[in-house]
Design a protein around this ligand. Structure first.
Ligand SMILES: *Cc1c(COP(=O)(O)O)cnc(C)c1O
Length: 454
């Protein structure tokens, strides 16, 4: 693996050398700190950082968390030493250009014929922007999303003062098209949000079916693929790929959100929003007396709701994609490994007498539950297994996540569990790191063993 101990000083040297071209100067005394004071504080920082889960270890298979790729760390840190602001070209010409390049590559990954887009601080902000454009395009209309969509959609509808409508999901966690028909028949909907890779289950909404229905009803389509978007690189229906249809249909929609800080190997602070109709740029119209003076070209700040944004985030993504491009042979291989891990895990669960798969994984998220007769026992056993797996010797710990399901959702998937409680926690594992794939048999065997002992 790329050794950051060798590379980070090269970034520091390169930026110092560039800075020196402008002439040496010494920092103001007010900024001086002693090495002793820094060493002391730094020691305490490092100590406090130990209070974390080992997100980078293959046996951390819980939430959507992992450290960035070394190329991203190198790109980020090097650019951060200059600290460009991608709000405007005069805040960071080089990184603003890099941002346009990486955004164009992401748009091409989805097959968008043309686009207007930019990076954002997060998927939340990217979706807020897409829903805001939805409101401006179809004023007074509602936004429909599936019941399993990220909660940000209902929350942002509240922020924007738009009615949000939750459409039922089917037994695979996908938007139910029959219920969507009913919702569209009310004539109230201006935009339908399709989620390609739900945050909980990694379920893929049927984008083509949603788009056909929405268009017929005069509604727009937004795709939230914050988590699942990069699987477009391996959406070929192959053994370790993912379903082709939902991804192919993204080329036809009005807007798309994807998070490079989830499956794009980036540190937090990197989402993306794309619009297929560049004329939505008109909604952003504003004029401020103190920005945008360096060129006549479009500034990123003129097409985004956020103002200051880290140019370093664009540099990190740009450097990463230079060495791990948006292709099957590049980033695709990272995703295929996780997908293989999830499929192998699901196969092992099929043959297990103590654990059962909640449903088949469509991406790299595996959901499963201890085999129990009642909802309350499923919940208690899941919680116990979650804690037992994470306990003990650090070299054996397995870190999982939980997911809350209803009795109806369990029944819809054929789990015969007496509903003595309205909801139960089950277990959820995101196989996001390619290294986790080879640990799956060991992880599953240990969880089975612990589940039997509970
Ligand atoms: C993670 C996620 C979000 C929220 O994005 P953040 O980057 O966490 O703000 C929205 N939608 C989906 C589908 C997600 O997976």
């Amino acid at each position: 693996m790329t050794d950051l101990r060798a590379w980070l000083p090269r970034g520091v040297d390169a930026i110092s050398a560039w800075q020196d071209r402008y002439g040496a100067f010494s920092p103001h005394p007010s900024l001086q700190v002693s090495d002793e004071a820094l060493a002391d504080a730094f020691g305490r920082l490092v100590e406090r950082l130990h209070d974390n889960y080992p997100f980078g270890h293959p046996r951390y298979v819980g939430q959507m968390l992992k450290p960035p790729h070394p190329a991203a760390v190198l790109g980020y840190t090097t650019a951060m030493l200059i600290n460009p602001n991608n709000h405007a070209l005069d805040g960071g010409p080089a990184t603003a250009q890099m941002e346009k390049e990486v955004v164009a590559r992401i748009a091409a990954m989805f097959g968008l014929p043309q686009h207007l887009g930019h990076l954002t601080s997060s998927g939340t902000i990217a979706n807020l922007e897409a829903l805001w454009v939805a409101r401006e395009s179809h004023p007074g209309k509602s936004i429909a999303y599936s019941a399993d969509a990220h909660y940000t959609h209902s929350r942002m509808c509240g922020v924007l003062g738009i009615e949000g409508i939750a459409v039922r999901t089917d037994a695979a966690g996908r938007m139910d098209l029959d219920h969507l028909d009913e919702v569209l028949a009310t004539g109230r909907v201006g935009t339908v949000v399709a989620t390609v890779g739900t945050t909980g289950l990694g379920a893929l909404d049927p984008v083509a079916g949603i788009t056909a229905r929405a268009r017929a009803a005069g509604a727009r389509v937004h795709v939230d693929t914050a988590y699942g978007g990069f699987f477009a690189l391996v959406a070929d229906g192959s053994a370790d790929g993912v379903a082709q249809a939902p991804y192919a249909a993204i080329a036809e929609v009005d807007s798309v959100v994807v998070d490079p800080h989830k499956h794009g190997l980036q540190p937090y602070g990197c989402g993306t929003v794309l619009f297929s109709d560049p004329s939505v740029g008109r909604f952003y119209g504003h004029d401020s007396p103190y920005t945008y003076f360096s060129s006549d070209e479009l500034h990123l700040g003129e097409i985004s709701l956020e103002c200051s944004r880290a140019g370093a985030a664009a540099a990190a993504l740009w450097l990463t994609l230079e060495v791990l491009p948006l292709s099957d042979a590049g980033l695709g291989q990272v995703l295929r490994a996780g997908r293989r891990g999830a499929l192998e895990w699901a196969a092992l669960l099929e043959g297990s007498d103590s654990l059962a798969a909640y449903q088949a994984p469509e991406l790299d998220i595996v959901t499963y539950l201890p085999r129990r007769d009642t909802m309350s026992a499923v919940d208690a056993s899941s919680e116990a297994l979650f804690h037992a797996a994470a306990a003990g010797d650090p070299t054996e710990q397995i870190h999982l996540a939980t997911y809350t399901v209803s009795g109806d959702a369990l029944a819809a998937r054929g789990h015969r569990v007496h509903a003595d409680a309205p909801a139960a926690r089950i277990l959820r594992s995101t196989v996001m790191k390619p290294e986790s794939a080879t640990y799956v048999p060991e992880i599953h065997a240990r969880l089975e063993h612990l589940a039997r002992d509970l």
